[in-house]
Each structure stands twice: as structure tokens, then as C-alpha cells.
Design a binder for this molecule. Structure first.
Ligand SMILES: Cc1cc2nc3c(=O)[nH]c(=O)nc-3n(C[C@H](O)[C@H](O)[C@H](O)COP(=O)(O)O)c2cc1C
Length: 190
């Protein structure tokens, strides 16, 4: 297991197709979901939930993505449609983090949305800590109402991310990171 600080300093995403079998075991999936649900959450609202896509269910969900794609682009080729059907089947495991933020008498909706982001990031970090790679993506179908209906999302629910998880097929190169001086100021009075 990678040391925590080393993991946090070096973690990188891989593309979904670069995340290969084997995916996490049932016990590991439970560990990942436990980690993802252990995030700061003002008001203890649990303003998120998870949908697990594994095995053939990934293609069943993909059928809804394909249908939405064909409706949007009636002249699309079969090859393009098949690509869409396989969207959630590129990596062995996909977990959708669903934000269920809603107006609340005390807790701003913004804070509930942020908590869903924290759940998604914890899932990514948990996957890396277990020796897997991960990628947090949304892509077009996260915003398509017919796909959301097929996945069982209610009107007030939104996809925070589809977290793709699998064994890394290689060690990815790093990408440039913002210099800390560009993104950090020190508050000084006067
Ligand atoms: C909410 C959210 C949605 C994203 N959606 C996409 C996406 O649809 N497609 C994509 O290529 N990257 C998307 N990304 C970026 C990927 O996570 C990207 O691989 C990542 O920023 C690489 O950064 P890393 O090297 O720090 O992991 C998204 C990121 C976030 C936070």
C-alpha cells in the first residue's frame, strides 16, 4: 500500500480505457463506498447517493446512453452508437456519485453540492489507496434527461461524476499543476 502522503502528492487519473480488469472485489467495493460516504456533510443530510455499475449492467445502462445518442444524432453510424453503448463498460467498475442537494431551511444547497464532490474525490483516493486507478468524469450523458431517467435519478438529483475504477494499465505521466504562488495568497491586514 502506498504511503498516504506519497499517494496524495502523486495521484493521477488514467483514461477509462486504461483502467483494466480485475476490478475491485465485493469487499473492496464496500470499503470504497464506506470511504465515499465518510465525508464532511453539514447537517448530516447525506446529500448524495451511489449507483454501482458492474459486469453486464454497465451495458444495460449503456443501452440508454445509446438510445439518447441516436435520438440526438439520427444520422450517426452504428460504430458511433456502439461506442456510446460501451461508455460505462470501458473500466471494470463505475460508481455514479449522485448529488441530491435540495433547498433546506438551514443548510445551503451549495454546501450539499460540495459534499457530493468530496464523496467523489474520496472514492478516487480510496481506489488509489487500494491499488487501483480511477477517473472522475461526467461526459454528455450526465446531463441528458432521458439517460438520467433510465438510471433512476429524480428531478432534483444530479450526477456529480461517474467514477471509473480499474487496475492501471501503465503509470501515467504527470500533467502540469498550478504553481502554488498563482493560487495562494497570505492574508495580511493593512
Ligand atoms: C466534476 C468533474 C467532471 C469531469 N468530467 C470530465 C469529462 O467529462 N471528461 C474528461 O475528459 N475529464 C473530465 N474531468 C476531468 C478528469 O477527472 C481528468 O482526467 C482529471 O482532471 C485529470 O486530473 P488528475 O491528473 O489530477 O487526476 C472532470 C473532472 C471533474 C472534477
Amino acid at each position: 500500500m502506498i504511503e498516504a502522503i506519497e499517494l496524495l502528492k502523486t495521484r493521477r487519473s488514467l483514461k477509462p480505457v486504461e483502467l483494466v480488469e480485475p476490478g475491485p472485489s465485493p469487499t473492496e467495493i464496500e470499503t470504497l463506498l464506506t470511504i465515499a460516504s465518510r465525508v464532511p456533510d453539514h447537517g448530516k443530510l447525506a446529500p448524495w447517493r451511489f449507483i454501482v455499475f458492474e459486469g453486464d449492467a454497465r451495458l444495460d445502462a449503456g443501452a440508454a446512453i445509446e438510445a439518447a445518442f441516436r435520438a440526438k444524432y439520427p444520422t450517426a453510424t452504428d460504430e458511433q452508437a456502439v461506442f456510446e453503448r460501451k461508455r460505462l463498460a470501458r473500466a471494470p467498475l463505475v460508481v455514479a456519485v449522485v448529488s441530491r442537494a435540495a433547498p433546506h431551511v438551514k443548510i445551503p444547497e451549495w454546501e450539499q453540492v460540495l459534499s457530493a464532490g468530496a464523496a467523489a474525490m474520496s472514492l478516487v483516493l480510496g481506489a488509489h489507496a487500494l491499488g487501483y486507478g480511477a477517473n472522475w468524469i461526467t461526459e454528455w450523458y450526465a446531463y441528458d434527461r432521458s439517460v438520467l431517467d433510465a438510471l433512476g435519478l429524480r428531478e432534483n438529483e444530479r450526477i456529480a461524476g461517474f467514477i471509473h475504477i480499474g487496475k492501471p494499465s501503465h503509470t501515467p505521466e504527470d500533467r502540469p499543476r498550478p504553481p502554488l504562488n498563482d493560487i495562494t495568497t497570505r492574508f495580511a491586514q493593512g
